[in-house]
Design a protein around this ligand. Structure first.
Ligand SMILES: [Mg+2]
Length: 344
C-alpha cells in the first residue's frame, strides 16, 4: 500500500478537510446536476425523465482483496459496477454518491489513488460525483456507491418482459473475470506459502483486466438505441450468465434454450481454462463479474443485431414448462442451474 514515498495520516486533515481535498476538482458533466457536494444534500433535476437508482456495497475481504487489487482499479470498478446496473435498465447514468470507511492503515496517498480511479470512471462515463460520506473503520475498507440515472418515461427495461420466441443475446465475452480471479487467487496462495517466488502472470493481461478493470456496456445501450431496439428484458452479468438467465426466466415466467457453441468466450480465456483443466463453458455460465449485458429481443429485431460483433445471439426464450436448458456441442440437453449446469 505505502510505497515508502510519503505517508500523510488522514487524521491531519480532519473529516471536512478530507472531503474538501477529495472533491476539490469536481467538474459536472450533466445539466441535471443542479447542486453537488458542499451542502446538506445534492439537487438533481431530470427534466421530465424518469429516475433510476441503484446501490452497491463493497467490503474488503468479501468483495475485493487488496493483495492483488490496486486501489486505483478498485475505485474505478466501484463506480463501474453501479453504472452497469443503470445501463441494464436501458437508462443513462448521470450522478453517483460514494461513501467510504477506512482504517488507519490507509494514508491520504492511498485514498488519493482510490479516488483517481473513481474520477477516471466518472469522466469516462460522463457522470457527476455529487455526494457521499467518509468515516474511519476499525478494520478494513468499505465502499458504498449509489448511482442515479435517467430514462425517457416508459423506456426502461426490466427482467420481466421476455416472451416465448424472443432471442437471447449477450454482449462481449464471458468467463474472463472468473478466470482472472482464479489466476490471482492461485498466485496469492503461492506467494503466501513461498514469498520468494515471483507471481507468474505473464501473457494473462486479458483475463486479469477483465477482473480488475471491467467496463460498463454504455456502447451496447447506445447501439440498441441507434438500431431502434428496445429489449424485452435485460440484466447485467454480475453473478454469472446462468444465474441471470434464471432470474429473467422466473420474473418473465418463461423458459429458455441456450446453445453451448454460441456462448462468446475469448480465446485468451479459453486457453487459460484449458491450462487449469477447467471447462470454458462452465466458466462462461457461472463465472461472475464480467459486467456484460444479457437481454432478450423480439425475433423481428434479429436483422438489426446480427452483424454486430459486440453482440452474440445465444439462444431463445421458451415456454416456462420447458425450463432453462443448454444444448451442448455434442447435442445433449442439460438443465441450467444457478451454479452453471446439471450434467444429468
Ligand atoms: Mg444487476
Amino acid at each position: 500500500m505505502d510505497k515508502g514515498i510519503t505517508r500523510t495520516e488522514i487524521s491531519t486533515l480532519g473529516e471536512f478537510g478530507l472531503i474538501e481535498h477529495l472533491t476539490k476538482n469536481i467538474e459536472f458533466h450533466n445539466a441535471s446536476t443542479i447542486l453537488g457536494v458542499g451542502d446538506d444534500a445534492a439537487i438533481i433535476d431530470h427534466f421530465g425523465k424518469q429516475t433510476v437508482v441503484t446501490t452497491d456495497l463493497l467490503v474488503e475481504g468479501i468483495h475485493f482483496d487488496l493483495m492483488y487489487t490496486p486501489l486505483k482499479h478498485l475505485g474505478y470498478k466501484s463506480i463501474i459496477v453501479n453504472l452497469s446496473d443503470v445501463y441494464a435498465m436501458n437508462a443513462t447514468p448521470t450522478q453517483v454518491t460514494l461513501s467510504i470507511a477506512f482504517s488507519n492503515r490507509f494514508s491520504l496517498e492511498a485514498l488519493d489513488e482510490f479516488y483517481e480511479g473513481v474520477y477516471a470512471a466518472c469522466n469516462r462515463y460522463g457522470v457527476d460525483l455529487i455526494g457521499g460520506d467518509t468515516s474511519s473503520s476499525q478494520k478494513g475498507l468499505m465502499i458504498s456507491v449509489t448511482a442515479l440515472g435517467e430514462v425517457t418515461p416508459g423506456e426502461f427495461v426490466t427482467r420481466n418482459g421476455a416472451k416465448k420466441g424472443d432471442l437471447i443475446c449477450v454482449s462481449g465475452d464471458l468467463g474472463g473475470a472468473f478466470l482472472g480471479l482464479t489466476l490471482l487467487e492461485r498466485e496469492k496462495k503461492i506467494y503466501l506459502e513461498s514469498p520468494q517466488i515471483q507471481p507468474d502472470l505473464e501473457g494473462q493481461d486479458y483475463i486479469i483486466g477483465r477482473l480488475l478493470k471491467p467496463e460498463a456496456r454504455k456502447d451496447i445501450i447506445e447501439f440498441l438505441g441507434e438500431q431502434g431496439i428496445k429489449p424485452t428484458a435485460m440484466m447485467d452479468i454480475s453473478d454469472g450468465l446462468s444465474s441471470e438467465l434464471l432470474h429473467i426466466c422466473k420474473q418473465s415466467e418463461v423458459g429458455c434454450v441456450v446453445y453451448e457453441d454460441k456462448l462468446p468466450i475469448a480465446e485468451d480465456s479459453r486457453q487459460f481454462a484449458f491450462k487449469l483443466e477447467l471447462d470454458p463453458t462452465a466458466c462462461a455460465l457461472s463465472g461472475g463479474e464480467d459486467y456484460e449485458l444479457v437481454f432478450t429481443i423480439a425475433q423481428e429485431d434479429y436483422d438489426k443485431i446480427v452483424l454486430s460483433e459486440k453482440v452474440s445471439v445465444i439462444g431463445y426464450v421458451a415456454e416456462a414448462a420447458e425450463g432453462a436448458r443448454i444444448i451442448t456441442k455434442g447435442g445433449n440437453t442439460h438443465e441450467i442451474t444457478a451454479q452453471g449446469w446439471k450434467a444429468f
